[in-house]
Design a protein around this ligand. Structure first.
Ligand code: GLC
Length: 427
């Protein structure tokens, strides 16, 4: 498929050091640069989509890969954009960043008018609109899900858990039995416990599922110091070193997937992309995996997943904005989202794709869990705006300290409340 005419500079995958990219050099003046990737198949799928557009348009494109960690991506983007650099024309942007990075992106409202955008989830369009300007086009959406080993649950006579208590009990039992049977590496539950944005997502799911709110509520009030949140974090802290390995405190998405996909965990919290890889031909757990909504906490809790997802935005500092907009339109189109959904289980942001038989065939849970996708709980990024990353950093640090046993959940959340209250004066 890829052209031999060298229209696409796929070889030039740059790391964090953008000076390596070559973009901006005199000979590269006609070249677009997009930053995308890297978790799971993100980078490969982006490269393929970009290659197809490049071939069709005749515009050469450099694909710049980014770190796996959303938090590291943000730091890198902030550095580039704050310098007013036009080295990257198109950015892959997290759903929580419109308030933080929005000022650096062009208003796409004229190119993507209301009629075009009516095909997309309205909540995402709203999320991406800052002061009436459409700053980013939704590319794929995410929600936290519970993956389980269907074969093991059946063997030990368990249904997929609906409460964290049930999950903990099933994980303990199956982990112990499997270890006794010689499967010494078996774990009960893996998730994203590293101190970064992914832990904010995991911990918000625990807290919200116990009825403990969203850290900061829609009115901007800091709500995190409450008994339900304490109960949620106490429960999670109890997993470390029991049903979850100590090492989970350093896991991001791909580390958790690595353990689960190798067949070494009963349960895993992860995003939809893990489905396609877990069921790939070379996966040891192919056809052995089920996926459901995350459990609720206690009797009065609520099953939920955190809303994640990624968008495409065009830099204000790009000198190829017209071509950049065309690339964004191509990558976020129905057909390209369909390809990415079928090949990589990246959830579309165009609602009609959830009724597309080929998409549903590749990802049956897109249909079964549609309500979970639509009702995903948002992180408090809109209300905290430019301060969101500070709020999240305080939260994930407080949670991480609780999980590793440095402080109790009660102490940790009381301290967190004081810190967030100070930040709250500025949003
Ligand atoms: C996923 C989500 C993103 C989130 C990140 C945290 O990539 O789509 O919204 O911030 O995970 O690790």
């Amino acid at each position: 498929m890829r052209s031999d005419r060298n229209v696409l500079v796929l070889g030039a995958i740059c790391g964090a050091t953008l000076t390596l990219c070559g973009h901006g050099s005199p000979t590269a003046a006609q070249e677009l640069a997009i930053s995308c990737g890297a978790v799971g198949q993100e980078l490969a799928l982006c490269q393929e989509g970009v290659a197809a557009w490049s071939e069709q348009s005749g515009v050469p494109v450099t694909v710049v890969s980014t770190p796996n960690s959303s938090s590291e991506r943000l730091a890198l983007y902030q550095q580039i954009l704050a310098s007013g650099s036009g080295d990257i024309d198109v950015y892959q942007v997290d759903v929580i960043w419109p308030g933080i990075l929005g000022t650096h992106f062009v208003d796409l409202g004229a190119d993507f008018d209301e009629e075009v955008m009516s095909a997309y989830f309205p909540s995402l369009v709203q999320n991406n609109t800052v002061n009436g300007e459409l700053k980013m086009i939704p590319w794929f959406t995410d929600v936290g899900l519970l993956y389980y080993r269907a074969d093991l649950l059946e063997q030990y006579g368990h249904e997929p858990p609906t409460t964290w208590e049930e999950l903990t009990a099933a994980a303990e039992e199956i982990q112990a039995a499997e270890r006794a049977a010689g499967n010494s590496r078996m774990q009960g539950l893996v998730f994203q416990g590293n101190a970064y944005e992914g832990l904010t997502c995991n911990a918000l799911e625990w807290v919200y599922s116990y009825g403990g709110g969203t850290i900061v509520d829609e009115a901007g009030e800091v709500t995190i110091n409450n008994p339900e949140a304490v109960a949620a974090l106490d429960e999670a802290a109890g997993w470390i070193g029991t049903i979850s390995p100590q090492g989970v405190l350093a896991y991001q998405e791909e580390e958790a997937r690595g353990v689960f996909q190798a067949g070494h965990s009963v349960f895993m919290r992860n995003w939809p992309y893990a489905w396609a890889l877990a069921n790939a031909d070379d996966s040891p757990v192919k056809d052995k995996v089920g996926v459901v909504a995350l459990p609720k906490g206690g009797a009065d809790g609520q099953r939920t997943g955190v809303l994640g997802g990624w968008n495409l935005a065009v830099s204000k500092y790009s000198d190829m904005q017209e071509e950049a907009v065309e690339l964004v339109a191509y990558l976020t189109s129905y057909e390209e989202q369909k390809r990415r959904a079928i090949e990589g289980a990246y959830n579309p942001t165009i609602t009609a794709l959830y009724e597309d038989p080929q998409v549903l065939d590749a990802n049956p849970f897109f249909g079964e869990l549609y309500d979970t996708f639509v009702n995903a709980v948002a992180r408090p990024s809109s209300v905290t705006g430019t301060r969101y990353n500070q709020v999240s950093t305080e939260f994930w640090n407080a949670v991480h300290a609780t999980l590793n046993g440095t402080v109790t959940a009660e102490q940790s959340l009381a301290q967190l409340e004081r810190r967030l209250d100070r930040l709250a004066r500025n949003w």
